[in-house]
Design a protein around this ligand. Structure first.
Ligand code: MG
Length: 264
């Protein structure tokens, strides 16, 4: 099932699931009574064509966005070449973004005046569906609601300068999420691609993750209580690079869709 959060023409905000359009042409959104993370899939009966709604970030993390650093071998190698050294971590490397960094599809990534080097990092994002603390790896998928696309936008110059990553990765607009949450995905080999102005910059597969999705959820839940609506960004593959004003960046994960954001 694919879940969206959207704004209708009358400015109301609602959740919906995609369904075949009643006129047989493409898909439309069936409105849900409330947030499916807490209220399930009861529908109001109202249906919306996709051209009369604006898709929003499909989830606003209740408490945090947990991020994983260096979780693709090819990206570890490129960061070594750029002097941000280190081997692939034996255990997943965790950091946080504030939930105030989250934006949705087509929202602008705003380059802060403090940075001259803002970069994209296309990533698969996990959406947590249940309260979880110290969940074992074998049961980790039970607390996952679904998956979306994410962009771990980073002020690379401030990441070097600060020595830790809170500011460099935590600016407002630095966590685009969307366009939808897919609740049923085979995670073993999903293509992940990042494009800037249509040019492919990153192309990899979830088959190349160093630490698996269940391992990441289990590991994060050893440190933090995960709440429904929290998000885990699973790390970026090789090919990270600059975003300039006027660029359009797209993160596409197979089976989910395309997360597109302009830069200003
Ligand atoms: Mg990242």
């Amino acid at each position: 099932m694919r879940v969206a959060r959207f704004r209708a023409a009358d400015n109301t905000i609602a959740f919906g699931v995609f369904d075949e359009a009643e006129n047989g042409e493409g898909e439309e959104l069936v409105e849900l009574v409330a947030d499916p993370l807490v209220a399930g899939y009861e529908t109001t009966g109202r249906r919306f064509s996709l051209d009369e709604v604006t898709l929003l970030a499909p989830v606003i993390p209740r408490s945090k966005v947990v991020c994983i650093g260096k979780n693709y071998l090819d990206h570890v190698a490129e960061m070594q070449e750029r002097g941000m050294g280190g081997e692939a971590p034996k255990e997943p490397l965790l950091f946080l973004k504030p939930n105030t960094a989250v934006i949705g599809p087509d929202d602008a990534i705003v380059r802060p005046s403090l940075s001259n080097q803002v970069e994209f990092e296309g990533e698969l994002a996990i959406v947590i569906g249940a309260l979880a603390k110290e969940v074992p790896e074998e049961r980790a998928l039970e607390v996952v609601f679904g998956f979306t696309c994410g962009n771990d936008v980073t002020a690379r110059d401030l990441q070097y300068a600060d020595g830790q990553w809170a500011r460099a990765k935590g600016f407002d607009t630095f966590c685009p999420l969307g366009p939808v949450i897919e609740t049923d995905l085979d995670l073993s080999d999903l293509a992940i691609e990042t494009r800037v102005n249509g040019e492919v910059k990153q192309r990899s597969s979830t088959a190349h993750l160093i630490h698996s999705i269940p391992k990441l959820v289990a590991h994060a839940s050893q440190a933090f209580t995960l709440l429904p609506g929290d998000v885990i960004l699973t790390g970026t593959p090789e090919g990270v690079g600059a975003l300039e004003p006027g660029d359009v960046v797209e993160v596409e994960v197979e089976g989910i869709g395309v997360l597109r954001n302009p830069v200003r």
